[in-house]
Structures are given as C-alpha cells and as structure tokens.
Design a protein around this ligand. Structure first.
Ligand code: ZN
Length: 73
C-alpha cells in the first residue's frame, strides 16, 4: 500500500523527512470536490512537532491547519 504523498513534516518550519510509519503522527483528510490528483491526502507531523502541534481539519476550508497544543508547557 502506498502512503499517499507524504514526504515532509507538515510544520513549514521543520524540515524533517518522513521515513517510516510509526514515527510522529499521520493525518489523512477526507476526499473533497476541490481535490486535484496531485493534492496530498495525508499529512505527517514528525514526533518532535507532534508533541508541540496538532493538525485540525477545517471543514469549511476543507484543509488542515497547524495548531499549537495548549497542553504542552
Ligand atoms: Zn517536524
């Protein structure tokens, strides 16, 4: 099974490359009508970013947003 087109951490400030499943957090968004064939369906946060950030799916905009986790102190 191919894991969509995940290649980098979803945090633009982070340059970690996706290596394998089981590291960090993987998010797969539902398909929508705006989809183009090249549009990645999956987003990945590396384990370091997953501690600090979360990805929230915005149903209106139909995209994920990077949000800072408030629990991390
Ligand atoms: Zn990262």
């Amino acid at each position: 099974m191919k894991t969509a087109h995940v290649s980098n951490c979803a945090n633009p400030q982070c340059e970690k490359k996706f290596k394998r499943l089981g590291e960090g957090k993987l998010f797969v968004r539902p398909a929508n009508k705006k989809d183009s064939p090249n549009m990645p369906r999956a987003l990945w946060l590396c384990s370091e970013c997953a501690v600090q950030f979360d990805l929230r799916y915005d149903r209106t905009l139909e995209e994920y947003h990077l949000v800072r986790r408030c629990s991390a102190a």
